[in-house]
Design a protein around this ligand. Structure first.
Ligand SMILES: Nc1ncnc2c1ncn2[C@@H]1O[C@H](COP(=O)(O)OP(=O)(O)O[C@H]2O[C@H](CO)[C@@H](O)[C@H](O)[C@H]2O)[C@@H](O)[C@H]1O
Length: 475
């Protein structure tokens, strides 16, 4: 078995704000059959501490960025965990990154520097007799692992996965002392980023291998349009970068055995879920598709384009049901739309059960992202026969087969893609969707194809295992 420590700031089902948690939560089980013993290092947020009932103390730190802290080991939700019990950093209820005012905690740089520091420490000294051969970090929160490893005199091989380069973990240069960084490394080859500090940049420069969550996003990251000021770094590290597509948890997301819905295996069985969803959301019957959205409401996700393009859907008999939260302006716009238009239902909030009912009951799922490293909801859509309508970008390009005339003729289409990602192109896609929906034979073929697509972890787990094997191979 190859021993890997996954260093993550969130991990489903214990603590989740987005797709990173799904991936961190799914990887250990997906990798076990591939000969990987993965443990996960998590901050001891209240939700994690209460899930870790029988945690054993395996280490102590006199001063972990301000106060003493403990390292605990134990199991929760089927995961082998190492947890940092540091109430001064993580003993805050609610969202792991935001205070009650909806803003980032001011000490987030130090909080996640502490996560990275403990990751590096375990890499060098082991934990409770368990010594990782690879440290696999996720996003900026694990970015400083490589900086601290250098200070500690080196350690195991390192991998950093970019789930979303938009979050760079940037902060002001004066913080280098409170972050315990080596001032000598405030350089272009180190953690310096446009005159400030970036945890992500540090990790991108320092990790032995970089991955991101789809092959197309790996290419996009090297362009100024998608690289968020780090495209030069990505080009510099091109040889070390691979795109490994995410899978989804096919047990949690299984239409034939999902306790949150009326289980089904085909289009006929799906109809009961559509009827139930309509009733739940108070939407009228109509002759067009019921489109659903489950999303964080941010600029990335392109929901403003939906606001613009929606009349085209409604004019063709379509309806929309949305679940999401985030940007207050978008929340307000959708809430108002839902109040004014009987064909639109909006739920602002985060609701796991409703997300399943929406995806089971929808005819189509809209994912009009401006960029999308991988995207999970379009894959839930495929598995549930809920046709994805997606922007042609990142993982959305890699997981959906567009219903082009050629793909339809060959009977291989699974969804609709549009490009460029604009309101006009989305409008065109929504009209196409409504026309396809009316052609019942073609529609049922689309649904059957979608449900048959492989969206699990098998192939990607093999790719991660091969990467770890390469990194740990004797020269
Ligand atoms: N209001 C709500 N209620 C219930 N559930 C909700 C919800 N809003 C979102 N979710 C859930 O949160 C997850 C979102 O995952 P995504 O991959 O679609 O995007 P995200 O941008 O968070 O992830 C980033 O990381 C992942 C993982 O690598 C990449 O796939 C992605 O492209 C990248 O942007 C899904 O499981 C979705 O169902």
């Amino acid at each position: 078995m190859i021993r890997v420590l996954s260093v993550a700031s969130e991990c489903a089902p214990l603590v989740k704000t987005g797709g990173l948690a799904d991936v961190a939560g799914a990887l250990p089980a997906a990798l076990r059959p591939e000969g990987v013993d993965m443990r996960t290092l998590l901050p001891g947020y209240p939700a994690v501490m209460s899930a870790l009932r029988d945690g054993a103390e395996i280490g102590r730190f006199d001063d972990l960025f301000g106060s003493p802290a403990r390292l605990l080991a134990g199991q929760a939700a089927g995961l082998d965990l190492l947890v940092i019990d540091a109430p001064h950093l993580f003993g805050r209820a609610g969202n792991p990154y935001l205070g009650p005012d909806g803003r980032d905690w001011p000490d987030n740089p130090e909080r996640f520097a502490a996560l990275s520091w403990v990751g590096a420490h375990v890499g060098v000294h082991g934990a409770g007799g368990w010594q990782p051969q690879v440290l696999h970090g996720h996003d900026w929160q694990a970015g400083f692992v490589t900086e601290y490893l250098r200070q500690m005199g080196g350690g195991p091989a390192t991998v950093l996965t970019v789930h979303n380069i938009a979050f760079t973990g940037a902060t002001a240069a004066w913080r280098m002392h409170s972050l315990r960084l080596d001032p000598g490394r405030f350089t272009v080859d180190g953690y310096e980023y446009w005159g400030g500090i970036s945890a992500l940049k540090a990790g991108l420069m320092g990790a032995d291998a970089l991955t991101t969550v789809s092959p197309t996003y790996a290419e996009e990251l090297m362009t100024p349009e998608f690289g968020m000021g780090l495209d030069g770094v990505m080009r510099h590290r091109r040889e070390s970068l691979t795109g490994i597509l995410n899978g989804i948890d096919t047990d949690a997301w299984n239409p034939a055995a999902d306790p949150a819905v009326r289980p089904y295996r085909d289009l006929d069985g799906k109809a009961a879920n559509t009827a139930a969803l309509r009733a739940e959301m108070g939407l009228p019957d109509a002759d067009g598709p019921l489109c659903v959205i489950v999303s964080r409401m941010t600029h990335q996700k392109g929901l403003d384009l939906v606001l613009e393009a929606l009349p085209a859907l409604l004019d063709h008999g379509g309806r929309l049901a949305l679940l999401g939260s985030g940007d207050p302006t978008l929340e307000y716009a959708f809430r108002t739309l839902g109040e004014q238009n009987p064909h639109v239902a909006v739920r602002i909030g985060y609701d796991e059960g409703l997300s399943h009912r929406l995806i089971a009951g929808g005819d189509a799922i809209l994912v009009p992202s401006r960029f999308e490293p991988c995207g999970l909801t379009q894959m839930y859509g495929l598995r549930y026969g809920t046709i994805p309508v997606v922007g042609l970008t990142g993982g959305l390009a890699d997981t959906v087969i567009n219903a082009s005339p050629a793909a339809l003729a060959q009977g291989v289409a699974t969804g609709l893609q549009f490009s460029p990602v604009t309101a006009d192109a989305l409008r065109g896609a929504l009209v196409r969707l409504c026309l396809l929906y009316r052609d019942r034979e073609t529609w049922s073929r689309l649904v059957a194809n979608a449900m048959a697509q492989p969206v699990g972890w098998d192939q990607s787990a093999r790719a991660y295992a091969a990467l770890y094997a390469r990194l740990t191979a004797e020269p």
